[in-house]
Design a protein around this ligand. Structure first.
Ligand SMILES: Cc1cc2nc3c(=O)[nH]c(=O)nc-3n(C[C@H](O)[C@H](O)[C@H](O)COP(=O)(O)O)c2cc1C
Length: 152
């Protein structure tokens, strides 16, 4: 059975909802799934999973879109890992009001790429809280990740 580790950062709950939708989809398909809030997670938790997922919101203070502040240490540690042989995906919530829409999704994508892991699905950026069509997109994201992991 494949295993998945999902780590999320969420201030007002939108990204937590996103992470839970992905978790439920994977669990429904028999994946052994763990969901952890980013301050409770260690980047090395990914070493024990076949599918590695980060869900993060984007924050800015008048300048460019930034990582969630509470995820900066996790981000730095992630880039240093060797995750060859694993599949990863990134997703998260942002607000289209901002020029740098949900750029934390791209930043975590780059960090995972540096670990040698394989991107199993394109990053998913959700405007605020997930709506019905976003749920479809997130379920496809989860399915693509599972397919990529089981095709290894
Ligand atoms: C001070 C502040 C700055 C923000 N900056 C950005 C940003 O640069 N880009 C973006 O896409 N969203 C930005 N957002 C929007 C949040 O990412 C958005 O509200 C998201 O849904 C929050 O996710 P959460 O509910 O998981 O915390 C900002 C929100 C706040 C309050």
């Amino acid at each position: 059975m494949a295993s998945a580790q999902i780590v999320y950062a969420s201030m007002t709950g939108n990204t937590q909802e996103i992470a839970e939708i992905v978790e439920e989809r994977l669990a429904d398909q028999g994946v052994d799934t763990t969901l952890t809030e980013i301050t409770q997670a260690d980047a090395s938790d990914f070493e024990n999973a076949d599918i590695c997922i980060v869900a993060a919101y984007t924050f800015s203070d008048g300048g460019p879109g930034l990582l969630p502040e509470e995820g900066e240490d996790f981000f730095a540690d992630l880039k240093e890992l060797d995750l060859h042989g694993k599949v990863y995906g990134t997703c998260g919530s942002g607000d289209r009001f901002y020029d740098d829409f949900a750029t934390a999704v791209d930043m975590f994508d780059e960090a995972f790429a540096a670990t040698g892991a394989k991107r199993g699905a394109a990053g998913v950026k959700i405007d605020l809280a997930p709506e019905a069509e976003d749920i479809d997109t997130l379920e496809k994201f989860a399915d693509d990740l599972l397919h990529a992991a089981t095709a290894e």
